[in-house]
Design a protein. Sequence first.
Length: 314
Amino acid sequence: MVIEFNDWINQRKDLDEGTKEILYESVKCFRIESYRASFIMAYIGFLSILQNRILNSQPPKGYSKVNWNNFQSKCRNSDAWDAEIESKVIPETINQPIFDDNRDLKITVKFFKTLRNNCAHGKKYEINNHHVITLWSFIMQKFNCFAVGGSLQYLIEKTKKHFDVYSIDFEKPFDEIAEEIVSSIIPEDMSKFLSELYEFNKIEDPSDGDNYGIQDNFFFILFSLIKRGNTDINNNIKSWIRTNDTDFVNNQILVKYPDVVNFFEFDNIEIRKAWKNFTKIESKEMRLIVNLLRNLKIPLHLKAPIINVFPLLY
């Protein structure tokens, strides 16, 4: 775990050098088995991450420019910056919240603060390597859950920026962002996430203002999340698909990424619709047809035309 956390610090380009030094100090203390000092430095490093996000962000919803500047000034105060940040993370009821109002995160951070106080004040509570590793894991896994204005909007904007042809990130792999999304998004927020990106990727048909298409980027995002999502994430993706242009999304994602056929729990009507909508057979559609047949998704009486054209499949 020491090597993993150290590598994580190295690879995070969005950590400022001061925060990195604090986290490296936690690693150094851990290696000499000074676990109390290691825990304190890791906790300060966590707060430092939040501090830098606050100082480098525009006013979130509910803050005027003046109020936000005043709060940023308090977060620069070397004597009280940590308490100011904790006031926006831990209390059950927060006036003018900055981050997501997530009860589980609040409880966890409050627990870590209690352990930090035990370390600092020499109380007889044992702090060992497991406590430090738990805090390190929390920092790595929940890094993107603490975004000014909310982690959901942060992930949406980051995804949009990645697919902006004028962005320096345009030609980079999407894998890292996809991992961030599935590891930090609240499953129930997946519907909002997909809906906003769906609207963002609409292409108007100039010949008919009532019709539109969807850029391939959207289906690539959808496929990337399906591959990585856990049960809760994927159940929410399925729910969104079933309530938003079901036929269109189903057909497009299946034709573009046929290997996800087993992800969808089709009923007979949906199978028939997908099957009937193939007007021509291209290479990707051929992969989908083979997958549907292999997985016994097609009723026997609907197979006949394909059997006649591709007898070698049988």
